[in-house]
Design a protein around this ligand. Sequence first.
Ligand code: ASP
Ligand code: MG
Length: 423
Amino acid sequence: MTKIFKFGGASVKDANAIKNVGEVIKLYKDDLIVVVSAMGKTTNGLEKVVESYLSKDGKGLENLQAVKDFHFSILDDLFDNKNHPIFNEIHNTFVEIEWEIEEDPTREYDYIYDQIVSVGEILSTKIVSSYLNDVGVINTWQDVRDIIQTDNTHRQAKINWKLTEELIQKVISPQVKKEGQSIIITQGFIGSSSELFTTTLGREGSDFSAGILAYCLNAESVTIWKDVPGMLNADPKWFDDTKKLDNISYHEAVELAYYGASVIHPKTIKPLHNKNIPLYVKSFVSPNDDGTLINENTIEDSIVPSFIFKMNQVLISISAKDYSFVMEDSLSHIFGLFSKNGVSINLMQNSAISFSVCIDFDKQKTHQLIDELKVNYKVLYNNNLELVTIRHYNQKTIDRVTNKKEILVEQKSRQTARFVMKS
Ligand code: ASP
Ligand code: MG
């Protein structure tokens, strides 16, 4: 059966990392579909190119050159034969964007974003595929835009599941049913609209791509390869004694992702759960270790408490100007303003006269939203807060995170405790 692997940006951030990807793949004898993200911080780099191009700050080519230099230095480290055709292929891929950004933009931001930013995935998969073939890990490069079909909501494209499933069955299934092992290298994060333009699925969307491919192919499993030993009960950035979660349920994984655990893209779980396909999160540094298994088993969910930290939070408290209640009409108006400004709500709470909302701080959106709220309501807000969520909490874990901190909002349900605090 077919296994789906996903390697993120960190696992292909330089030549040594890419060589290691080859070593990991060599450990397997199954049919593999390998989804690869853009290398290192390439997606951020290409976002800068888009900003420059559209703001006409004159730095478009310069920002693109930085991305180009980065890829060529990796190529240089990977290939001793400097006449290998991959050098030309990558060069030509850049020339296409150079041409594009020399013309004045004629279309909207989201469309242009997708055309430029998607190139990161094309570059990385071409390089990884060539390198692997060069070292004897024989594979075929697949343009995922030939199989993942979406609508034309650029930057947040929705999957056309029916068409995608048909195309995957038609294009991929025959390849994996061949004699001997087949390895396909393809892109995450991107797809194609029915007008045949490139779309993207939202930042960090490559995990979701792996889930889509697994669902449509009835794959045996998905493995997300990471620089950590598996899913941990806290981000090592904030905790030095993190524990690995050995086995959690799909439900628990969705909850953790929802509260902000950034290991897996939240959308990845649903397609896997629907077909009961196990998801492994494993270390590309020690690929023989067990990692985390995510499946239907709920028995181990509450063994280890998990901590999810969100920094740079803003708590907005909204009340009526005349001290009346904040009622359903105003709530729907308030929610309308959040959604119009593209602001997601991390936590909310209401009292007799006010409605409080905790959100991520964003340079542009936050003040825009507050200004619009102020037209009809009295608005107070606090910056620089942290939101901590504890799954499967007890008093000890609560004390640990709230120690010496001023708590502004506290919420508890059976499994989850949440605190908005001054950092
Ligand atoms: N390269 C894209 C990003 O950095 C998609 C991904 O890595 O999942 O957001
Ligand atoms: Mg990435």
